[in-house]
Write a protein of this length. Structure first.
Length: 126
């Protein structure tokens, strides 16, 4: 089955980003280096998976965009709150974990690398 896998450019900060996301989610990354530059990595922690790298010289003019966000569906409210606290540290809060009004706990932040995260936990229906 086809799927979508996000690819995130981190300027020249991919190694910092990989370390940060390992601290947030656990997991690990397979990294391809060219000297000190990360030309590609694939990060995975359970079902959380994305790719990325440093901007390459042939990508001049490409900037990290603000027109996207990653939705992180969490297994529990506690997990959501834990991930949120780690992601927002050094970043920017859009809104802290709150009741959505439609049966979910949601939160929204931008991490220190400019990546926008929308966290969601669907509460069990009674």
């Amino acid at each position: 089955m086809a799927n979508i896998l996000p690819y995130i450019n981190f300027g020249e900060k991919s190694q910092e980003a990989i370390k940060f996301y390992k601290g947030v989610f656990g997991g690990d990354a397979v990294v391809q280096l060219e000297g000190e530059r990360v030309i590609h990595f694939e990060f995975q922690a359970s079902d959380i998976r994305f790719m990325g790298g440093d901007l390459q010289s042939d990508q001049a003019g490409l900037e990290r965009g603000n027109g996207y966000g990653l939705v992180l569906n969490c297994d529990s409210e506690e997990q959501l709150r834990d991930f949120y606290a780690k992601l927002v540290d050094g970043g920017k809060e859009v809104f802290a974990p709150t009741d959505s009004g439609w049966g979910a706990i949601i939160a929204h932040c931008t991490d220190q690398f400019g990546v926008t995260w929308m966290l969601n936990y669907d509460k069990p229906q009674s």
